[in-house]
Design a protein around this ligand. Structure first.
Ligand code: MLT
Ligand code: MN
Ligand code: ZN
Length: 303
């Protein structure tokens, strides 16, 4: 299986348009060792020409431009995007669907609860109905697997996660199983196994098992500290309140990755306030010592 990081940033990307936090400000001044990151999405293929997008960010047009394989030019109108799989109904993961309106119906894979938000509080699917439309395939959270035409023999399995529902969801503050999922992708040809979970608030035994069994664990890298937004002066909420497990400290993501020890440990969905974006930071050195990688736009992984 081939994996390409289209966007490694969290909502807002890096730098964020209206933000002058230490990272964003220093980046614009040219005093930052690190690169820009577009919003959260990856592409996955079995090695053939077709790719599935895992999440579809507001930056999808730029991301497609940056990855020529997504436009194979087999016809007057063409795309290598065989389908879009969503892990939640958040703006940063779904708004790019509107950019795909000129094509055939978007083959969309998401849970029933995510579909509900996308047809009510944030009716992207209804809007697309006036353009190319959506061909919805429900993703079950009962442990059953699915395949995507063009990506055979890869199998995908949703793992329900504890995180948060979006602000426009009736389940905000009381997320239910299916509001957030992680995705296990298995390649029977190579034996490779990916666990992708860009929004992960709590780690239970089920998630620990997934991490331990993964050849590549690509997990929530939003915040270094639980109080990062308040410390940076840009928000009032703790990371845990908006469904993201911080990396540092006891029970943090770095400790969990060390304990479960997946073969490759990759942080993704990195918020613009996070010090790990700065390649010269002490936090980045800590990650290097722990064998944890920081995803970047264009990063390619084969497992
Ligand atoms: C989140 O994952 O919490 C989002 O990135 C928030 C947002 O997109 O505004
Ligand atoms: Mn997000
Ligand atoms: Zn910022």
């Amino acid at each position: 299986m081939r994996i390409r990081i289209l966007g490694a940033g969290a909502g807002g990307g890096f730098p964020q348009w209206n933000c002058n936090c230490d990272n964003c400000h220093r980046f614009r001044q040219g005093r930052f060792s690190g690169q820009t990151r577009t919003q959260s999405s990856i592409a996955v293929s079995a090695g053939g020409p077709e790719w599935a997008l895992f999440n579809c960010s507001p930056d999808i047009r730029t991301q497609i431009q940056a990855m020529p394989e997504l436009q194979p030019a087999r016809g007057l109108r063409d795309t290598a995007i065989a389908g879009v799989v969503l892990v939640d109904a958040q703006i940063d993961h779904t708004t790019g669907l509107l950019t795909l309106r000129e094509g055939d119906p978007v083959r969309l894979y998401c849970t029933e609860l995510v579909y509900e938000d996308l047809t009510t509080g944030y009716p992207v699917v209804n809007i697309l109905g006036h353009y190319g439309g959506v061909d919805w395939h429900e993703v079950a959270i009962d442990g059953s697997s699915f395949t995507i035409p063009g990506l055979e023999p890869l199998t995908m399995t949703a793992i329900p996660l504890a995180s948060e529902a979006p602000p426009y969801s009736p389940r905000r503050g009381r997320a239910q199983p299916g509001d957030n999922i992680g995705l296990r992708v298995e390649d029977p040809d190579t034996g490779g196994r990916l666990f992708y979970a860009p929004g992960l608030g709590e780690i239970g035994p089920r998630v620990e098992e997934e991490l331990a069994a993964a050849d590549c664990a690509m997990v929530d890298g939003s915040f270094w500290r639980d109080d990062e937004l308040t410390q940076a002066g840009v928000g009032a909420k703790r990371a845990s309140e908006i469904g993201h497990l911080p990396q540092s400290g006891p029970g943090g993501m770095v400790e969990v990755l060390g304990r479960t020890d997946p073969a490759r440990k990759v942080l993704i969905h990195i918020n613009n306030t996070n010090p790990i974006l700065d390649e010269a930071s002490a936090e980045r050195r800590e990650l290097e010592a722990a064998g944890v990688e920081v995803a970047y736009d264009g990063m390619a992984i084969a497992i």
